[in-house]
Design a protein around this ligand. Structure first.
Ligand code: FES
Ligand code: FES
Length: 398
C-alpha cells in the first residue's frame, strides 16, 4: 500500500486510486478525504462492509488490506493505492461460503447481523495470522463490538474453525467480486477515472456493464397473459424504442449503437423519488425463440445505484394470446437498497406488471405508448403494501 506522498490537491479535486478489491483491479477518481469504507460501499457497491462509529472503535468496518485486518473507516482511499483489499463479499458467497461463514451459521453467531462482516473478517485475520489461542480468544475478538448476540456463538464459531483447520484457515474465496462498479483500470493510463454516476451522467461512452456476481437484492419473476399474438408482442420487444416506452417512468435518450442505449428512469417509493441515468445493453436477442436478455445499470444523483439482468420471453398461447415472462436479478445499493428486499421486490413486480400491460397495448395498437411521467409514487407504494397485506392475511387464514 503506497500513499500519494507530497501530492497537493485543491479541496474539490479528485485523485485516481487503483485498488484490487476481492481479486479485481479497479481505478476510481476519489476526493482525498474519502474514506475507504465510503469508497467500498458507495462507489463499489460492497455494502457488506458496515459502518458504525466511523472513528475506529466498533470494528464493523473491518476488512483486509494486503492480508491484514484494518478499519476501513480510518483509511483514506488514496492511502490504499495499489493495495489488495478483501471485504466480506470476497470471503465467500452464498453459494460458496467460507468455513467461517458456515460456522457462524451453524452456531447462530448473529442476531441482527450488523457486526457479522466485521466479526468474520476479524476472525479470519486471527486464524490466518497464526496467533490463535483458545485462552485469549475473547480478548482477541474484542476489537469488534456486538450489541445483540452475547458473543458466545461468535467465539464458538471461530473456535470450531480453528479446531477444524489446524494447518491454517482456507484463504478468502475472493474470486467473486460482489459489485465492482467503478471504472476498470483498462480505461486508459492517465485518463480520469470515474464511478458509474459520472459515466452515465457525463454522456461519455459507457463502460462495460458489470453485473455483481453475488446474490441479487431482488429477484423478480412475473408472467402476464396478454391478448395480443406472440409476433405482435415480439415486434414491440424487438424495437427498443417502443420497449423503453412501455417501461413505466423510462425514457430512451440515445441509441449508442451496438445494441446499447442510454436513458433515464424515474422510480418513486412513497415520498422518495429517484431519477436514474443509465445504460442498457441487449446481449441476447433471439427472434425465433422470442427471448431476449438485457443488462442494465443506472445511478441517481442521491447515491442510489442499480444493476440488473433482465430476461424477457414471449410464448404463444393456444388461444392466440401470449404469455410474457419477465425475470430480473436486481442489485441495489445506496438509498434505494434501504427500502428492504421485500418492498423493493413488490414494487419491481408491480412495475413489470405495468410494463406487460403497456406491451399488450402497444402490440394491439402497433404504436409506442405515450411516454409517462412514471407511476404515481403513492399508488405504487400503496399497491405494493396492499398486495403484501393481502398475502399476510391469506397466510393467517390458512
Ligand atoms: S465504523 Fe470503523 S471502527 Fe467503527
Ligand atoms: S449480531 Fe447484532 S450487533 Fe452483532
Amino acid at each position: 500500500m503506497t500513499g500519494p506522498e507530497g501530492v497537493r490537491v485543491a479541496a474539490d479535486a479528485t485523485l485516481d486510486v487503483t485498488l484490487t478489491v476481492n481479486g479485481r483491479e479497479t481505478t476510481l477518481a476519489v476526493a482525498p478525504r474519502t474514506t475507504l469504507s465510503d469508497v467500498l460501499r458507495d462507489r463499489l457497491g460492497l455494502t457488506g462492509t458496515h459502518v458504525g462509529c466511523e472513528h475506529g472503535v466498533c470494528g464493523m468496518c473491518t476488512i483486509l488490506v494486503d492480508g491484514e485486518a484494518a478499519r476501513a473507516c480510518l483509511l483514506f482511499a488514496v492511502q490504499c493505492e495499489g493495495a489488495e483489499i478483501t471485504t466480506v463479499e470476497g470471503l465467500g458467497s452464498a453459494g460458496d461460503q467460507h468455513p467461517l461463514q458456515r460456522a457462524f451459521s451453524h452456531h447462530h453467531a448473529l442476531q441482527c447481523g450488523f457486526c457479522t462482516p466485521g466479526m468474520l473478517m476479524s476472525g479470519y485475520d486471527l486464524l490466518a495470522g497464526g496467533t490463535y489461542d483458545e485462552d485469549t480468544l475473547a480478548e482477541d475478538m474484542s476489537g469488534v463490538l456486538c450489541r445483540c448476540t452475547g458473543y458466545r456463538g461468535i467465539l464458538a464459531a471461530v473456535a470450531d474453525v480453528a479446531a477444524a483447520c489446524p494447518d491454517g484457515v482456507p484463504a478468502p474465496r475472493a474470486a467473486a467480486p460482489a459489485a465492482l462498479v467503478g471504472r476498470a483500470s483498462g480505461g486508459g493510463a492517465g485518463s480520469p477515472a470515474a464511478g458509474p454516476d459520472d459515466d452515465v451522467a457525463a454522456g461519455a461512452e459507457p463502460v462495460e456493464i458489470t453485473i455483481p456476481s453475488g446474490p441479487p437484492t431482488v429477484t423478480v419473476d412475473v408472467a402476464s397473459t396478454l391478448a395480443s399474438g406472440v409476433e405482435d408482442v415480439w415486434a414491440v420487444l424487438a424495437d427498443f424504442e417502443r420497449l423503453a416506452a412501455c417501461l413505466p417512468g423510462a425514457e430512451m435518450t440515445a441509441d449508442l449503437g451496438d445494441d446499447r442505449y442510454r436513458g433515464t428512469a424515474k422510480v418513486a417509493l412513497g415520498p422518495v423519488s429517484l431519477t436514474f441515468d443509465g445504460v442498457a445493453h441487449v446481449v441476447e436477442h433471439d427472434p425465433d425463440a422470442h427471448v431476449m436478455r438485457v443488462l442494465a445499470q443506472g445511478a441517481d444523483r442521491g447515491g442510489s445505484s442499480t444493476r440488473a439482468v433482465i430476461r424477457l420471453a414471449a410464448e404463444a398461447l393456444p388461444d392466440g394470446g401470449t404469455t410474457l415472462r419477465a425475470g430480473a436479478d436486481v442489485h441495489l445499493s445506496g438509498r434505494i437498497a434501504g427500502f428492504g428486499r421485500a418492498l423493493a421486490g413488490d414494487v419491481s413486480r408491480r412495475l413489470f406488471e405495468q410494463f406487460a400491460d403497456s406491451v399488450d397495448t402497444a402490440a394491439r395498437t402497433g404504436e409506442a405508448p405515450a411516454p409517462t411521467s412514471g407511476p404515481s409514487p403513492f399508488r405504487l407504494l400503496l399497491g405494493a403494501l396492499r398486495a403484501r397485506l393481502r398475502r399476510v392475511l391469506r397466510r393467517r387464514r390458512r
